[in-house]
Design a protein around this ligand. Structure first.
Ligand code: SAH
Length: 398
């Protein structure tokens, strides 16, 4: 049996944790002197020594680990990981059966019972992301459980934690056969080129699947589309497939041009008929205002936090400003797709940013629809931060 280290939780945190909140925040721990080895099993008790749960020690942002079980006698062993993965795989049964979509999330951290661990599927390949050195200590058991439960072409991993203060981005092949990259996966019938061996980002963010489908099926036909913070142009591809007159993709990163050309090409779209611009979005807005350009559909999907040479962008502080720029170049009756993956504010606050931006612009608007995470990104109601994605389709009214 593995030894368990007792960790006492402050009274102000213990109720929430007893009620199902799985994160072990640094600030919740009475005394963390004895937390030494990442991956050690810890037994959480309240100040009266009453059992709260059992979990592991692993540092991840403000967290010091995650609760894994609330059963006092349950062991964290091969069987434990096997059962969690089995349940997660069964929950995605319809995804595994859908031949039109071959990329989705198989295991979503605390939503599936193990904080700090995600597993994504890309047409026969699995990518395991470890968010702390602590969860990485369970690698052998988790890889073994996955290998027994699914047949795969290959397994890759991403270490999303700092080792010796540095984030490692390497070719992290784990098992099976190495992939040929780009690997072409499908999403609702469209194609994406993904690279599982080029660092944390593989080329597409799977959590926006439903938003892309909505844009293609219901918003793009006959429209001029501006896609800001476009990365590999996934939204632009879906807009073009949906019949957009032209898409304009804007991203600061040099690599975005070739990556976007590639995504258009694997979908049989003539990229030369589209605009792909490598520039700071805020510069582009100024240029567009000066040239009196307007767009019918404007997509805003910035990172939660970004630092460029001159400016830092923080979604929590700067989203209203970003929206105001977007409003100024959106045509009357045009639609803004406002998206954020920031866990630091909720939908209510996000709608407040939208409201303020339109009021400051003396404009009227109507919210057409809203999206959160798709079903494969399973979340639990006891952990709001896990439900980070907020997307609002807003119509600008004259
Ligand atoms: N919307 C994308 C994902 C965005 S990822 C998609 O759905 O696939 C965030 C992107 O924002 C990165 O590609 C990064 O290069 C870009 N970025 C960050 N700051 C920027 C800025 N000021 N102007 C333009 N692009 C920026």
């Amino acid at each position: 049996m593995v030894t368990e280290t007792v960790v006492r939780i402050k009274a102000s945190f213990s109720n929430k944790m007893k009620n199902g909140n799985p994160i072990i925040l640094k600030d919740s721990i009475v005394n963390n002197d004895h937390l030494e080895t990442e991956g050690m099993i810890i037994r959480l008790v309240d100040e009266q020594n009453r059992f709260i749960g059992k979990g592991y020690y692993g540092r991840q942002n403000k967290g010091y680990g995650w609760i894994l079980t609330r059963k006092e006698n349950e062991q964290i062993n091969s069987e434990f990981f096997h059962n969690k993965l089995l349940k997660a795989i069964q929950y995605r049964k319809s995804f595994f059966q859908d031949s039109e979509t071959t990329a989705f999330r198989v295991f979503n951290g605390e939503g599936d019972g193990i904080g700090g661990l995600t597993i994504d599927y890309y047409d026969g390949y699995y990518v395991i992301s470890w968010y702390s050195l602590g969860i990485f200590q369970f690698k052998d058991m988790i890889v073994e459980a996955l290998s027994k439960l699914v047949s795969y072409r290959g397994i890759y991993q991403k270490k999303r934690f700092a080792e010796d203060g540095k984030y490692v981005e390497e070719d992290d092949f784990v098992a099976g056969e190495r992939g040929q990259f780009p690997l072409i996966v499908k999403e609702n019938g469209a194609s994406f080129a993904v690279y599982l061996n080029e660092g944390a980002m593989v080329g597409v963010f799977l959590d926006q699947r439903e938003v892309r489908k909505a844009i293609r099926d219901r918003y793009a036909a006959g429209k001029y589309v501006l896609n800001t913070f476009s990365y590999t142009g996934a939204f632009s591809v879906f807009a073009a497939l949906g019949g957009a007159v032209k898409t304009t993709s804007v991203d600061l990163a040099n690599r975005s041009r070739s990556k976007t050309i590639e995504q258009f090409s694997v979908n049989g779209i003539d990229y030369e008929a589209q605009d792909i611009i490598v520039e700071d979005v805020f510069h582009y807005f100024k240029y567009a205002v000066k040239k009196q350009l307007t767009f019918d559909l404007v997509i805003l999907d910035p990172p939660s936090f970004a630092r460029s040479k001159k400016v830092t962008f923080s979604a929590a502080k700067d989203y209203t400003h970003l929206l105001k720029q977007a409003i100024s170049i959106t045509a009357d009756d045009g639609v803004i797709v406002a998206s954020t993956n920031s866990a630091s504010f909720d939908m209510k606050k996000f709608k407040g940013f939208i409201d303020k931006a339109f009021r400051d612009s003396n404009g009227k608007y109507k919210i057409l629809e809203e999206y959160g995470l798709p079903a494969d990104f399973k979340t639990i109601k006891e952990f709001d931060e896990g439900n980070y994605l907020k997307v609002v389709f807003v119509k600008k009214i004259k």
